[in-house]
Design a protein around this ligand. Structure first.
Ligand code: NAD
Length: 468
């Protein structure tokens, strides 16, 4: 790719002293070069954000809203170019990239439609007590490689509407679409309000420990999340941690396997299994176990896997070599601890391809079940008793999403109340829209993304208590 990607620092598109190659995961070879920021550039980005934020915090909500709406229009007008770069670096099919860009646009428009009114909680002859939501300052937005642009949508519009400035740091294997986003929005944004720096996976801790950062909005693995939290402890920075998941789906005996199989399949294999809230383990009632396994096996065998730029491809490669090697190890574990009915690696294709893989009769203590495998592999575990299924679903330290599938909504609803997760879906999974908060339970994170609660997490709640 000929495009010269640039960092965005203080409203200026700049080169880095060093560059890294970005790999196209569909072919496993570099296709573009990415500038990486020095520590001095990181510092310059934070200093410029501090200055820009002071002026931004003085603007009206309406002024901020107008900027957000202009950003959404500009991004939408450049959706095709953004989508192509996203597919080239991330691997997902062009249609999925288009969806991701549209999610970013709709998140911006959603937050642009929100307000943060002063709330009066008491007003009488004695006193008046008000709550208001003030900006926090400068936000470090740290992004993983599975949804490089979609996850900017979780952070940028809420942070800006609330009166903050940002430093955005994409993942080192998928920085280009975010740098291109910087180019696209730069003319609209006051210098320093949004900075975008790329790294070679080495600037995260300098950013999270920087004294000029007030809040860290981090999305990534639970292991890195722990480091972020300890880094934030020094000066008690605010944190939102959107971390790993190992979502269970509980499928009751009254479902029609043929009917639910396509939705369940999508919920496990969208984005080639690399979604924090995809179904990672399915507990299936023994009465329908064989039939559901067989339906999912047929869907996996028919799935079109390939280069995301090819017509009709539904599943792209795994995003990077490290994750691909993990997936290969999990495939070996799958055949050791269970029985693979469809799928496996596609060594003949080049690139990092693994077909959607269905695994039955798996040992429940297998790493494929208890770890966050983040691969296109779905283990299915039979159960006979609902209490047992709930206990197993709740047994792991993760708590991001979960789902219950049943033709009886009351039954599914009652069961959903017993599951420990930030979101429990019924007869679906992975249904995410910007207006619905995404909370994290247990070791899947701290805080909430999206929705009004997500917006409030970019603010300092302040009480004004007046004696009359
Ligand atoms: P990762 O934790 O390796 O990296 C995430 C980001 O953190 C990258 O930008 C990376 O450069 C940066 N980073 C690395 N070391 C750092 C440090 N010491 N301090 C600060 N930042 C640092 O995660 P990944 O492999 O890129 O992404 C996959 C993970 O993300 C999975 O666990 C997935 O479940 C999770 N995820 C969670 C959500 C959610 O909403 N909960 C959404 C998407 C992905």
């Amino acid at each position: 790719m000929q495009h010269q990607f640039k960092l965005l620092i203080n409203g200026v598109l700049v080169d880095g002293d060093e560059h890294i190659d970005i790999i196209d995961p569909a072919v496993g070879r570099p296709f573009a070069s990415c500038p990486i920021a020095s520590l001095d550039q990181l510092d310059a980005a934070v200093q410029s954000a501090r200055i820009a934020q002071r002026a931004w915090a003085e603007t009206s909500l309406d002024h901020r809203r107008q900027l957000l709406l202009a950003l959404a229009d500009k991004i939408e007008a450049n959706a095709e170019q953004l989508g192509l770069v996203l597919t080239s670096e991330q691997g997902k099919p062009l249609a999925d990239s288009a969806w991701e860009v549209s999610f970013l646009v709709s998140a911006i428009r959603y937050f642009a439609s929100q307000t943060l009114p002063i709330e009066v909680i008491e007003d009488n002859e004695v006193r008046r007590v008000e709550l208001d939501h003030r900006p926090l300052g400068v936000v470090a937005a740290i992004i993983p490689w599975n949804f490089p642009l979609g996850l900017v949508g979780n952070k940028l519009p809420a942070a800006l509407l609330a009166g903050n400035a940002l430093i955005i740091k994409p993942a080192p294997t998928t920085p280009l679409s975010t740098l291109l986003l910087g180019e696209i929005i730069n003319e609209l944004v006051p210098p320093g309000l949004v900075n975008i720096i790329a790294d070679n996976n080495d600037l995260g801790s300098a950013l999270t420990s920087h004294p000029g950062i007030d809040k860290i909005a981090f999305t990534g693995s639970t292991a890195t999340g722990r480091k972020v939290m300890s880094s934030a402890a020094t000066d008690l920075k605010r944190v939102t941690l959107e971390l790993g998941g190992n979502d269970p789906a509980i499928i009751l005996d009254d479902v029609d396997p043929k009917k639910i199989a396509p939705d369940l399949f999508f919920s496990a294999f969208a984005n080639t299994g690399q979604v924090c809230v995809s179904v990672k383990r399915a507990y299936v009632h023994e009465r329908i176990y064989d039939e559901l396994v067989s339906e999912l096996t047929s869907l996996a065998q028919a799935a079109k896997v390939g280069d995301g730029r090819e017509e009709g491809v539904k599943f792209g490669p795994i995003q990077n070599a490290a994750q691909y090697n993990k997936a290969i190890q999990y495939l070996e574990i799958a055949s050791r601890d269970g029985k693979i009915t469809a799928g496996g690696a596609m060594y003949d294709r080049g690139g990092y391809f693994v077909r959607p893989t269905i695994v039955r009769d798996i040992d429940e203590k297998s790493p494929l079940v208890v770890e966050e495998q983040f691969s296109p592999i779905l283990p299915l575990i039979p159960f006979s008793d609902e209490d047992e299924a709930v206990a197993k679903a709740n047994a792991l330290p993760y708590g991001l999403g979960a789902s219950v599938w049943s033709s009886d909504l009351d039954r599914a609803y009652a069961l959903s109340k017993r599951i420990q997760a930030g979101t429990v879906w019924i007869n679906q999974h992975l249904a995410l829209t910007p207006n619905v908060p995404v909370p994290a339970a247990k070791q899947s994170g701290i805080g909430v993304a999206l929705g009004l609660d997500g917006l409030k997490s970019y603010t300092q709640l302040t009480v004004t208590n007046i004696k009359k």
